[in-house]
Design a protein around this ligand. Structure first.
Ligand code: DPP
Ligand code: ZN
Length: 874
């Protein structure tokens, strides 16, 4: 396989100033006629165009047809030697959309009879549509004409402003679109078929009238209103927060059930996985509502952070993704609760990115090489990338960051930029040199931050020593020190935040400080301290690191009880839960950390002033996947057993009666309302019921059965089903069957039905999953369905997937090969479930190794899957 390296980057030899595309659309065969205005940019190289799976029908340069021998077509490249400085290059190709199961390029969503055609071009899908220099640093203006049968394809859409439409002979029609903004080919999109729409008029802050349209198939169009509301909120927020206005006369959003990723920010024509666009109380959970709002915002925000300023090359992917995730997270924090949003984001980082960064697939936020770019749409590029932007934003403050962003957008508008450009613009606007932060982009692995405090009563000083160390990762044996911003406070033992005065400072200033650790080790001496304080470190999760601090359990209990900030409180609880886990792991039923954790939570449980959602989060210790870090030899059964033991201790400490009373009170206020209070109640109700189930299974079963029957919406219904399936499998059989019938034909609800069952732990998990494969609605061809059953089982069911006999590994290997034959991107994504095999205990490790090695040795797999397996097997 060819490896692409960042160091080998060369600007394009030829660019395309304007491209005119004419599509004659058909499900079995589509013809694409492309006219490219080519301009030589540098050197004397031939024109080289990417093209894959295209049937070349015609090729001409400046109106002269080329014959064989006048061009070279091999290995996905069309090469034509041209002497001139510019030329008009024309190609005509044929495609077969209905056969395209990889869902990259032009493909069919749904059935031949009623489905519609659409495109996905990021990262390198455009080359499956026409011959083109398919790289993000070639920016072109697009004119797109679509022609198709009017009956079969009544709706014709492409990015840009509408520029006419009309009738053609034989029941056909046409529509043309002109995009005035030069864009990269990965942002191209068309959609054609039978779709319904909801519409709204919007006027931007700078006075442009924009028609907003959300499109979906007829059976789901009534579930698009929340997406439309979210879109309007996003547009207003970006105007307010970043001064960014939308820049076309029309903005389309389209939902499809067949999509490899979450959504795609094509210029003027966003396309969404239906999972992130449709929402209604009967079939969507509260979490899903939040995801819809966030993803709609994310794709909209890309219009500036991604489209107007795009990436020079795919190594810079985080330039748009990390930045846009950060913008999306800030938006969600503003729309909902900021501390809860931060909890959600940090929990995701720890669950998804930390493990990724600790295994063989570890890579820097800006990778230095790849063989398949599709495999770098990762938690590292997205979530860790966002944390890096957050550190920069924190360093500059709200106003400074805005100044920096203004300069970045201004300076690079209409360009393909690099991460250096971004950091330079932020720095230049504030006269600060931020270049030391670049090291974060190039270095993989999660840094360990060690903190050690020493109180000196004679000097009335508290001396804090911070150290950093990043463990070696795949291909990066040695690491450098990074700038780590550590936001901190000191608390006295009554929970009061102390005024902070560092040595050399004349006066104390405030109770919170950010120090930047940019060497391996540094000391900070705080003055006027009367008694050993409790340090609260890394407040707000000020850097994406793992904190190792020699906290005593009672120190953390003080923070958990008293920290005024919801996020920090939760964080103290997580740290304490980690220590409590260690007690359970080592069979210390009366361990001090376990007692401190359960004691503090029992107290908070009784505190009526605490927000329901925060309490629910506090009652949730780190998950099994996160806890593997606390285990030298990973045995998922033992991890689960220890975690269950700590939950049981918590339930006992809170007590059956308070849990029952709380559940009943929350049940009494059940409603279908979507406001924050109602959502918080549902979330807490679920936690309380699950805790109650650990100490009074019969009562919890009765509650869950009733809750399933009376649930006013999906959140309560699905939660009840999951509790039943765990606590009383026999009694769950009928409700599970009922749910299946109730949602026949509702793909997204059925996905949740598969996923819920795929997560049920234990020895029968594989058999259950295999039985579910026999359900008539299961199909390998649909990415969401594969993810909901196969992906969920492999990634989110540690005890089920990692069974000691290796049977689930062998099962997954078979499924990967089958999926790979249809859709390489999906196969590669699911295969990342093998990332952690090397640190499993020996029996499982050997079983996994055998399977991974055998798969990796196959020669008949896609480049996507081969790349993942090759790196995982190393
Ligand atoms: N660029 C897309 C996104 O919004 C990739 N699926 O993340
Ligand atoms: Zn994105």
């Amino acid at each position: 396989t060819t490896v692409i390296r960042l160091d080998d980057y060369r600007p394009p030899a030829w660019t395309v100033e304007h491209v005119a595309l004419v599509f004659d659309l058909g499900i079995d065969r589509t013809e694409v006629d492309a006219t490219l205005q080519m301009v030589r940019a540098a050197g004397d190289e031939p024109i080289r165009l990417n093209g894959e799976g295209l049937e070349l029908l015609e090729l001409s340069v400046d109106d002269r047809r080329l014959v064989e021998g006048e061009y070279i077509l091999a290995n996905g490249l069309l090469e034509i030697a041209v002497d001139a400085e510019h030329c008009t290059l024309r190609t005509k190709v044929a495609l077969r959309p209905a056969e395209n199961t990889a869902l990259e390029g032009l493909y069919l969503s749904g059935s031949r009879e009623s489905g519609f055609l659409l495109t996905q071009c990021e990262a390198e899908g455009f080359r499956h549509i026409t011959f083109f220099p398919d790289r993000p640093d070639v920016l072109s203006r697009y004119t797109v004409t679509l022609r198709a049968d009017r009956q079969r394809f009544p709706v014709l859409l492409a990015g840009g402003n509408p520029d006419g439409s009309g009738e053609l002979p034989d029941g056909r029609h046409w529509a043309r679109f002109v995009d005035p903004h030069p864009k990269a080919s990965y942002l191209f999109a068309v959609v054609a078929g039978r779709l319904e729409r909801i519409s709204r008029d919007y006027t931007t802050a700078d006075g442009r009238a924009v028609a907003l349209h959300v499109w979906a198939e007829a059976d789901v169009i009534d579930r698009c209103d929340y997406a439309m509301d979210s879109l309007v909120r996003s547009m207003q927020w970006d105007e307010r927060t970043y001064g960014r206005n939308y820049d076309l006369d029309v903005f389309h959003v389209v939902a499809t059930h067949d999509f490899n990723m979450g959504a795609m920010e094509n210029k003027g024509l966003n396309i969404f996985n239906a999972k992130y666009l449709l929402a209604d109380p009967d079939s969507s959970t509260d979490d899903e509502y939040r995801h819809v709002e966030a993803v709609v915002a994310h794709e909209y925000f890309h219009n500036w952070s991604g489209n107007r300023v795009t990436c020079r090359d795919w190594f810079q992917l985080s330039l748009k993704e990390g930045l846009t995730v950060f913008r999306e997270q800030s938006f969600s924090a503003d729309m909902n609760s900021a501390p809860l949003k931060r909890i959600e984001d940090v929990a995701l980082l720890r669950r998804a990115q930390f493990p990724e960064d600790a295994g063989p697939l570890s890579h820097p936020v800006r990778p230095s090489q790849y063989s398949e770019i599709n495999n770098f749409y990762t938690a590292t590029v997205y979530e860790k990338g966002s944390e890096l932007v957050r550190m920069l934003a924190g360093r500059l403050g709200t106003e400074g960051f805005r100044r920096g962003m203004d300069l970045y957008f201004d300076r690079h508008d209409g360009q393909a930029a690099t991460i250096e450009d971004f950091i330079e613009a932020l720095g230049d606007a504030n006269d600060i040199d931020l270049s030391s932060y670049l090291a974060w982009y190039g270095q993989a692995g999660t840094p360990r931050l060690t903190a050690e405090g020493r109180f000196d009563p004679a000097q009335r000083q508290y001396r804090l020593t911070l150290r950093q160390r990043t463990p070696a990762t795949a291909g990066q044996p040695t690491k450098q020190a990074l700038p780590i911003p550590v936001r901190l406070s000191l608390f006295d033992r009554s929970g009061r935040a102390l005024p902070l005065r560092l040595e050399d400072e004349a006066r104390a200033e405030g109770t919170e400080r950010t120090v930047v650790l940019d060497t391996a080790e540094q000391h900070y001496v705080f003055e006027d301290i009367d008694a050993a304080p409790v340090p609260s470190l890394l407040r707000g999760f000020s850097a994406p690191v793992i904190l190792e601090c020699d906290y005593q359990p009672e120190d953390l209990a003080i923070l958990l009880r008293h920290d005024p900030d919801g996020f920090n409180r939760w964080e103290a609880g997580q740290q304490l839960a980690g220590l409590a886990y260690d007690d359970c792991r080592d069979a210390r039923a009366d361990g001090p950390a376990l007692l401190a954790w359960t004691g503090a939570l029992a107290e908070l449980f009784a505190d009526a002033s605490l927000d329901d959602a925060l309490l629910a989060e506090l009652l949730t210790p780190p998950g099994e996947i996160e806890l593997v870090e606390r285990q030298a030899e990973r045995d998922p059964d033992r991890i689960r057993a220890a975690r269950q033991a700590m939950l049981l201790a918590l339930a006992l400490r809170v007590g059956a009666a308070p849990l029952r009373v709380r559940y009943e009170a929350l049940r009494a206020s059940t409603s279908a309302a979507m406001d924050a209070t109602s959502q918080a109640r549902r979330q807490l109700k679920r936690r309380v019921l699950d805790l109650l189930a650990l100490i009074d299974a019969p009562l919890a079963t009765t509650f869950a059965l009733a809750q399933y029957e009376q649930a006013p919406g999906m959140t309560d219904r699905l939660a009840a089903l999951a509790t039943l399936a765990t606590v009383a499998p026999e009694q769950a059989i009928a409700p599970i069957a009922h749910f299946r019938r109730r949602y026949e034909g509702n793909a997204l609800a059925l996905d949740k039905w598969f996923a819920m069952q795929a997560q049920l732990p234990g020895a029968d998990a594989l058999a259950r999953v295999q039985a579910l494969e026999g359900d008539p609605s299961f199909m390998l061809k649909n990415p969401n369905r594969v993810q909901s059953l196969v992906g969920t089982f492999a990634r989110s069911n540690p005890t089920g997937f990692h069974r000691a006999d290796g049977a689930a590994y062998r099962w997954l290997a078979d499924r990967l090969v089958a999926v790979d034959g249809l859709n390489p991107q999906v196969a590669a994504r699911v295969a990342t479930a093998f990332n952690g095999w090397k640190r499993l205990e020996p029996t499982r490790r050997e079983a996994a190794h055998a399977v991974v090695a055998e798969l990796a040795a196959r020669k008949d797999l896609s480049r996507d899957l081969t790349d993942i397996l090759g790196r995982v097997a190393l």
